[in-house]
Design a protein around this ligand. Sequence first.
Ligand code: NAD
Length: 276
Amino acid sequence: MELLKGKTAMVTGGTRGIGYAIVKMYLDNGAKVALCGSRQETVDKALDKLRAENPDYKVIGLCPDLQDPAEVEKAVATVKETFGSLDIMVNNAGVSARESIYDYKPEDFAKTMALNVNAVFNCAQAAAKVMKEQGGGVILNTSSMVSLYGQPSGVAYPASKFAVNGLTKSLARELGKDNIRVNAVAPGVTRTDMVAVLPEEVIKPIIAGIPLGRVGEPEDVANAFLYLASDMASYVTGVVRGRGRQDLTGAGCAGRSEEVWGRPSRHEMKMKKIVK
Ligand code: NAD
């Protein structure tokens, strides 16, 4: 299947984990891809791994400072020069931390925000300019299920992902007129380096709350990114799509309204009466 034939994508945080799975899935679906990482060394390693799997992959590696708007614009221009267009921008790079509010250093809070929020803004802005000129495109952001529920420590991370949802929904409203769709995927716990550092006592209760009884694989998340980037999602914008934990509806908005809004919807109240 080649759902992205003829399209060009740029994927931040593409060297490992979820980003790498997205890059590979996009390449396997006929896209040309620019993968971005924070260090040349890890970018080269990812490129070598991909080329060893398939020497025909059309893939380049870039290393812009995502927090510098000028560097991001330059990277976007390089993608356009190399492949002729930029059709899909995936803002996936992110960092997480779990410090208690009592120990949280303001500079660490700012660091998380700078990558998880400001960089998303920089990349979305640079991509939107090119996409508007081209007549359209797709911007996808990696959020998290903690953007719906919060988490018991490390407040910057959920705060940053709430902001990603805000960017997603507002940009979708602003850019629809330019034929640019903007959506986010909100993964639950996914087997990557980010999660490998979590102790067993943190992971176990999380798995207990996952309907399918397992953590997600990066490919589970990449599948959602493939769908949203493809023309199959041509009438989908402004959606934060859950993946895994408590995504019981699977229909765009993660979770049931009772979980998301803290109160049941009218339909759920009716169902509760019927079940009783
Ligand atoms: P990971 O740590 O395996 O990968 C993170 C990626 O971000 C790497 O490619 C890294 O190079 C890049 N990155 C880190 N700091 C950077 C910087 N300063 N500048 C540029 N790039 C930088 O993590 P992952 O689990 O694959 O996470 C990818 C995205 O998924 C993140 O936005 C994360 O918040 C989100 N997410 C992950 C999970 C999970 O359980 N793994 C759950 C929900 C959301």
